[in-house]
Design a binder for this molecule. Structure first.
Ligand code: 5RP
Length: 255
């Protein structure tokens, strides 16, 4: 495995001598790729999945932001986008991409979004950006979920990343007690010392310390707790494809 923050990639490339300014050839040079550069690479690779003259579903987060910046280059060749958060809608609009109301959309070929963790089977934890509910709703309308992630997100067992659960505010204490019964440590997500509110006006409880051996079963169990709006497990409807940014280039995992 490689670091969360940087990865090394080997290239045949030319370089400029620091003193003389004369180009010289390095047979193999080492280029350190940051996590952001890996995210940018997968965002670029995701463009092959954008269907011209169609509507596209767009996720939330830093990887999705890189994707939006790429999508802007072909904005005149898509019908518009459905956003999974207010932040994504604002970024799409800032590029002149039309944002459509999901209530006016019956189908879309693809939804493209990042993940906090993804397994080799395509089950994901999402919601690090607090947009899990709208992400799951938009993804449910799309024919395919294309996950774009840097390689640090690939895990054999979900749960090292605290599992986000969107909860109706008045139910936060009772839901936290039920989540603790599942073996995790629930913590209310804060922003500036106050409970963070989602785009839907709800709170997020992050469940730490889970080891999620059966993601689909846990997704169903948590969604069944009264007061839960959505759990950030995307297993019953996981990714169809994952574009993973690695030091060796973008790897495509199909599920
Ligand atoms: C937001 C999400 C994001 O997809 C997830 O947090 C990954 O974010 P990033 O691309 O910034 O690593 O689920 O709710």
């Amino acid at each position: 495995m490689f670091s969360h923050f940087a990865a090394t990639r080997f290239f045949d490339c030319a370089a400029i001598h620091y003193n003389t300014g004369i180009p010289y050839s390095h047979p193999i040079s080492q280029i350190i790729m940051t996590q952001d550069e890996l995210k940018q690479e997968v965002a670029r690779a995701a463009m092959q999945y954008v269907v011209e003259n169609e509507i596209i579903g767009v996720g939330t987060g830093s990887t999705a932001n890189f994707f939006i910046d790429e999508l802007a280059k072909m904005k005149d060749r898509i019908k518009g986008a459905v956003a999974s958060s207010e932040a994504t809608a604002a970024r799409l609009r800032s590029h002149g991409i039309q944002v459509l109301d999901l209530n006016q959309v019956t189908s879309m070929p693809v939804y493209i979004d990042g993940a906090d963790e993804i397994t080799p089977q395509g089950a994901m934890i999402k919601g690090g950006g607090a947009a899990l509910t709208r992400e799951k709703i938009v993804a449910s309308v799309a024919a395919k979920f294309i996950c774009i992630a840097d390689g640090s997100k690939l895990v054999d067992l979900l749960g090292k990343f605290p599992l986000p659960v969107e909860v109706i505010p008045m139910a936060s204490a009772v839901v936290a007690r039920k989540l603790a019964e599942l073996g995790g440590e629930p913590r209310l997500r804060l922003k500036d010392g106050q409970a963070l509110l989602t785009d839907n006006g709800n709170v997020i409880i992050d469940v730490h310390g889970l080891q999620i051996a059966d993601p689909a079963a846990m997704e169903a169990a948590i969604n069944n707790i009264v007061g839960v709006v959505t759990v950030g497990l995307f297993a019953r409807q996981g990714a169809d494809v994952c574009l993973l940014g690695t030091p060796e280039g973008v790897k495509t995992l199909a599920f």
